[in-house]
Design a protein. Sequence first.
Length: 117
Amino acid sequence: QVQLVESGGGLVQPGGSLRLSCAASVSIFNAATMAWYRQAPGKERELVARIFRGGDTIYAESVKGRFTISRDVTKDTVFLQMNSLKPEDTAVYYCHFQQRFSSEDYWGQGTQVTVSS
């Protein structure tokens, strides 16, 4: 069982920045991928950014150039740096862990990000 604990959400004005953290209870090298998803009210959960075990990253078109996913393997933590935030970025953000060599995956509890003036 993998536990993921997210932190760093909050209320920020448009144009502001936030940094989300996701701490895993196991080595993140046990993951094939780790990712951030988000879900806005009335909408489906969507992929925001993903980092592969080898370090490659992919982003949703809507956040390219504004968000950066990174990791600290010494702390088993993945980050999402969010800059130039927009009201449409408002959502609950979830951390995701895809187990290597398995279909098992795990989700964090979510952290609320609200972008509003």
